[in-house]
Write a protein that binds this ligand. Structure first.
Ligand SMILES: C[S@@+](CC[C@H](N)C(=O)[O-])C[C@H]1O[C@@H](n2cnc3c(N)ncnc32)[C@H](O)[C@@H]1O
Length: 315
């Protein structure tokens, strides 16, 4: 992990404009902050998707064409704390479905917490966690020929640029079998008034989450970022439909990172891009899947039409 962390940080801070990969948000501190974000007033995404998972659980099971008599694997990419998924697990368990729950996450801490909470709340559910980057885990999916339902929730896909997301879905399709399913949870395009605060909550959790990247570089790679000299800055243009998070240098400064043996210069006002969160509509989703082996089965939305769960069939 440390080797790829070093490599990615060096690459991101050496490029122009500078970037830091969002997957490194998630260490123990980042996981904790993300749970706080999910419960914040402004972060409607989790509440909206939870609304679907709570009020349309049987519909999800029906659209995924899961059968009580046939064993299947329920795979979740970037599972986090599994808050929404646990609603589905609970119903599947109550109704006597036979399955293994296989969450994948880059954060071992998130997976350990998830395993503990599933074991406690749903002791009959079999959970087998897998730590790793979901881009790398895709290949291993094809080792099993069991029927699969893959969950990719929380609009995680929106953290990828469209070309990467298209490639990701294409690869996912290549590693699944005919009639396997994908449930893709995405945030829908809506006004900036609703979206902007979700990335800049009044408690400062999104700020701390973003800044945790610098804190982590200081802690793990011996960086000397002065966090006071950088600022969290989110942006959202309705016409583009992409929320963007930046860290902006407040002054002209140099930062040395011991374990890279490198010094990076930041100009006053220079932005480091840390995350994008794309918003979707039916047309964009159709575009993402058009080169893949998936076709759209159905779409479930929450009561406010803020969020959608698209269910796709592997042809
Ligand atoms: C925004 S959170 C969403 C969690 C969950 N999907 C939900 O909807 O609540 C993203 C999760 O994906 C994980 N993650 C981010 N990038 C990843 C990657 N490249 N590979 C595997 N997991 C990743 C993070 O550790 C985190 O738990």
């Amino acid at each position: 992990m440390i080797a790829s962390f070093k490599k990615d940080i060096e690459k991101g801070l050496s490029s122009s404009p500078k970037t830091l990969p969002s997957k490194y948000f998630y260490d123990e501190i980042g996981d904790d902050l993300f749970v706080k974000i999910m419960h914040s007033e402004e972060y409607y995404l989790t509440r909206s998707e939870l609304d679907i998972f709570t009020n349309q659980t049987l519909q999800i099971i029906k659209e995924l064409q899961l059968e009580q008599s046939t064993y299947f694997e329920l795979i979740e990419l970037g599972a986090g704390d599994g808050l929404k998924t646990k609603q589905l697990l609970k119903k599947l368990n109550e109704e006597g479905y036979k399955f293994d729950y296989l969450p994948v996450d880059i954060s071992q801490n998130a997976l350990s917490n998830l395993k503990k909470s599933v074991n406690k709340e749903l002791p009959n559910v079999s959970i087998k966690t897998q730590q790793g980057d979901y881009f790398k885990v895709l290949e291993s999916l094809k080792n099993s020929k069991k029927p699969k339902a893959v969950l990719f929730l929380g609009s995680n896909i929106g953290n990828m640029r469209d070309n990467i997301a298209t490639q990701f879905i294409h690869n996912l399709g290549r590693n699944l079998n005919a009639n396997d399913k994908l449930l893709l949870g995405v945030d829908l395009i809506k006004s900036a008034e609703i979206i902007k605060p979700a990335y800049n909550d009044s408690q400062g959790y999104t700020r701390d989450f973003n800044m945790n990247l610098l804190f982590r570089i200081n802690k793990e790679l011996g960086g000397n970022f002065d966090l006071e000299q950088f600022k969290h800055e989110p942006e959202y243009e309705e016409s583009e439909g992409i929320a963007k998070s930046f860290i902006v240098s407040q002054t002209d400064q140099d930062v040395h990172i011991k374990k890279l043996d490198m010094t990076f210069h930041f100009a006053k006002g220079e932005k480091i891009s840390t995350e994008i969160s794309r918003k979707y509509n039916d047309e964009i989703i159709q575009d993402l899947i058009k080169e893949s082996s998936f076709s759209l089965v159905s779409k479930l939305t929450d009561s406010k039409d803020y969020f959608a769960n698209y269910i796709l069939n592997r042809n």
